[in-house]
Design a protein around this ligand. Structure first.
Ligand SMILES: [Zn+2]
Length: 285
């Protein structure tokens, strides 16, 4: 009885062990798949390059130019109002001068005549000043219109650039849109299969890694992300897939070990054998 239950327990343990083994392996596989999809998406974005940003920059620049243009135009409008005010003031002065000249005809003495003359002179001066101001403002308008012309031609050029860049971007997006959509769908599926906790570290690793790689294979004895060497014992553990193992240097998840090319195996193995043989000899002495 006891024997039987022990055997059963061992069997259950074995089964459970296999279950966890496959789970870790499956988790790694799911993560590798996600990595493949994300890397493909990264490549699509890489092909688009700086274009999306250039389009955005141009749009910002155009918005800035339009604001400046509106500001200049408002300034010109304000100048015109000022000119109008001076012209109205001139008209008032003219009217006053006509009135004063009539008064001069009816003065009773020299003193009154002089006083009215002073008023006429004053209004004449007011009109001269108004003329001077109008000329100054007209000059300002000329300068402002020059600036407006500059902004307008700049705006015209920028709009042309934007149109070209937008078309370019549209073509590139159209070329990869189908692939992108498919990858995004695949990504949704891959996300559902991925382990939640692993996914968290995956996202964190990916955002920190310049090459966007969070899960890598060990190739030629080195981490596929940072190329630091991975000790043989660690490689064995990775191959076993009994637990999640990360690179000691960069923290990337090591999903498996790529078998080296046949040529490399020989070279490396002989060197390793020689070293271990020498070590064995040394310890034997
Ligand atoms: Zn690494």
């Amino acid at each position: 009885m006891l024997k039987k239950s022990v055997v059963e327990q061992i069997q259950i343990n074995k089964l459970m062990a296999t279950a966890t083994d496959t789970t870790i392996a499956q988790k790694l596989e799911a993560l590798m798949k996600l990595q493949g999809i994300d890397s493909a998406l990264d490549n699509i974005l890489k092909v688009r390059g700086d274009l999306p940003e250039e389009v955005r920059d141009l749009e910002d620049e155009i918005a800035g130019l339009e604001t400046r243009l509106a500001k200049f135009q408002a300034e010109v409008e304000n100048f015109n109002i000022q000119i109008n005010n001076y012209r109205n003031a001139k008209k008032d002065s003219e009217k006053l001068i006509v009135k004063y000249k009539e008064q001069q005809m009816n003065v009773r003495n020299n003193r009154e005549f002089e006083a009215v003359s002073k008023e006429i002179e004053l209004q004449g001066l007011e009109m001269e000043i108004a003329d001077k101001r109008i000329k100054e403002i007209e000059f300002k308008i000329l300068n402002k219109n020059d600036e407006i012309g500059g902004v307008e031609s700049n705006l015209f050029e920028r709009n042309k650039d934007l149109e070209i860049k937008k078309k370019e971007l549209d073509v590139i997006i159209a070329e990869s849109e189908e692939d992108e959509q498919k990858l995004l769908k695949d990504r949704e599926k891959a996300l559902k299969l991925a382990d939640e906790r692993l996914l968290k570290s995956y996202s964190k690793l990916r955002s920190n890694a310049r090459n966007g790689l969070a899960v890598v294979m060990v190739s030629r004895g080195a981490c596929g992300g940072c190329f630091s060497s991975v000790p043989p014992q660690r490689q064995t553990d990775i191959k076993d897939k009994k637990k999640i193992i990360v690179c000691e240097h960069c923290g990337r998840i090591l999903a498996g070990v790529n078998d080296p090319l046949p040529g490399e195996v020989k070279e490396k193995k002989t060197r390793a054998t020689k070293v271990s043989a020498a070590a064995a000899a040394a310890s034997a002495e």
